[in-house]
Design a protein around this ligand. Structure first.
Ligand SMILES: NC(=O)c1ccc[n+]([C@@H]2O[C@H](COP(=O)([O-])OP(=O)(O)OC[C@H]3O[C@@H](n4cnc5c(N)ncnc54)[C@H](OP(=O)(O)O)[C@@H]3O)[C@@H](O)[C@H]2O)c1
Length: 434
């Protein structure tokens, strides 16, 4: 049987997972592809480290160049993370015409355009299934399964740490800080946790999905990102009473007019009747609305050794078939297409809103706030004043009709200056999935 020799850069969680999965299912992969994938070299930082996978010492090196430039290595998997050495190694491999597989969303977000241009220039391919939503084959679905669709909307729960925290806050009525500390103790959140809980990891993945769906590479600086730090047990409770669950959603929506797309990450009130509201714990899900297919849902494990290895193996399969057929970039992993679009500034995007204020409990306060919303042309769909005091103030909840984010933010800035409004107003967008 034909053999393809694989070089792996990185033998950590994902690298070990890929090595193990090939040991376990290599024969199955070979019988399906008609090609035997053999691991030729593995680069790591520390040769003495005890690893989850039993990688033979003879395969190990501390120099990634010994993987990339090894003439035996036909295919390279970059699994070290980071945006410097990983970029250098990928560019070097592509320059040699070797297909590359990466799980590195941070690198693709920052340098995707350059890397895909290099793959094209050197007549090879760059695969990245593992970079978004771990084991869910969403990249392949968008590239191949939905090749005949315009993607009018896409919503993703793509950060398992945030989803785990929000799920536990909802189930236990617990505060953010307490759940985060426990998640760190249990290994579900990193220390420091900022990349996840401030929404940046979700933004890297949402940007990659948006680029693929809309055919122009999204500049990560244009993505509006809000994390979940400010979400309180009270917000989750009141949202629940109104029939919603709060999720950190990556949103990619085609706006009216040509090629303007909303690309954002923020906590969102999802109606409990919508399937995304039931995606709990560390699970990920991506909801795609294509103009031909309609609505589709992808659900699964978004991270971890085995789920991520499964995605890398899928890419290995594609790359191996390309090598076998001699068509090195049969279906390039990313091709600019359709139009040169633009990300719409968040101020111009319209949303519905949940607004929670703490106000002094006296007559006239509600009228003053309603006047500011009215002057800003923002309609109130309902007002709720739940029982209970927070010191001398009481919570006041507004559900708002569609308005631009610019108008909503301006109105809230004015409202926050009213002497009767205490503390920072909370504004969470509401998604109706219409
Ligand atoms: N973990 C997940 O669930 C997951 C899911 C999706 C995507 N990803 C992505 O997958 C990539 C790898 O993540 P990971 O969790 O596997 O990371 P990890 O556990 O920290 O492993 C990184 C590996 O790279 C090696 N390494 C680092 N710098 C190196 C260098 N300069 N030269 C050679 N080897 C080097 C490390 O060597 P030592 O072992 O000797 O330290 C380690 O084996 C990242 O881009 C990440 O974003 C991870």
């Amino acid at each position: 049987m034909q053999q393809v020799k694989l070089g792996i850069i990185g033998g950590g969680t994902v690298g070990s997972g890929v090595y193990d999965a090939l040991q376990r299912n290599g024969a199955l992969v070979a019988s399906r592809l008609g090609v035997n994938v053999v691991v030729e070299r593995v680069a790591v930082r520390d040769l003495k480290k005890v690893r989850a996978a039993k990688i033979p010492k003879t395969l190990l090196t501390t120099d990634w160049r010994e993987v990339v430039f090894d003439p035996q290595v036909q295919l390279v998997a970059e699994l070290i993370g980071g945006t410097t050495i990983a970029r250098e190694a990928i560019l070097a491999a592509l320059k040699l015409g070797k297909p590359v597989i990466t799980a590195n969303k941070a690198l693709l977000s920052a340098h995707g355009e350059e890397l895909f241009a290099a793959a094209k220039k050197y007549g090879t391919n760059l695969y990245y299934e593992a970079s978004v939503a771990g084991g869910i084959p969403i990249i392949k679905a968008l590239r191949e399964g939905f090749v005949g669709n315009r993607i009018n909307a896409l919503y993703g729960i793509v950060n398992g740490t945030c989803n785990y925290i929000l799920t536990r806050m909802k189930l236990e009525g617990a505060d953010f800080g307490a759940v985060l500390a426990d998640a760190q103790r249990l290994g579900y959140a990193e220390t420091p946790p900022d990349l996840d809980i401030d929404g940046h990891d979700a933004a890297h993945k949402t940007g990659i999905l948006a680029s693929l769906a809309h055919g122009f590479w999204i500049n990560p600086k244009k993505i509006h990102v809000e994390g979940i730090r400010h979400i309180s047990a009270l917000d989750i409770k009141f949202a629940g009473e109104l029939g919603y669950t709060i999720k950190l959603l990556g949103t990619v929506k085609k706006l009216e007019g040509n090629c303007r797309v909303q690309v954002s990450v923020y906590p969102t009130l999802v109606p409990n009747s919508h399937v995304l509201a039931s995606v709990n714990g560390v699970f990920n899900a991506v909801f795609v609305r294509g103009d031909v297919v309609g609505d589709s849902l992808f659900y699964g494990r978004g991270a971890g050794k085995d789920a991520t290895a499964s995605a890398v193996l899928s890419d290995i399969g594609d790359a191996v078939l390309d090598l076998k057929s001699g068509a090195k970039n049969r279906l390039p992993a990313f091709v600019p297409h359709e139009c040169s679009g633009a990300v719409a500034p968040i101020e111009e995007v319209t949303s519905q809103y949940f607004v929670r204020l703490n106000v002094v409990d006296k007559p006239g306060v509600l009228a003053r706030i309603a006047t500011i919303f009215g002057e800003s042309n923002i309609g109130i769909s309902s007002v709720i004043q739940p029982e209970g005091h927070e010191g001398k103030s009481v919570p006041l909840i507004f559900m708002m009709h569609y308005a631009t984010n610019g108008a909503a933010m301006k109105a809230l800035a004015k409202i926050s200056k009213l002497p009767s409004v205490k503390g920072r107003p909370v504004m969470i967008r509401v998604e109706s999935f219409e």
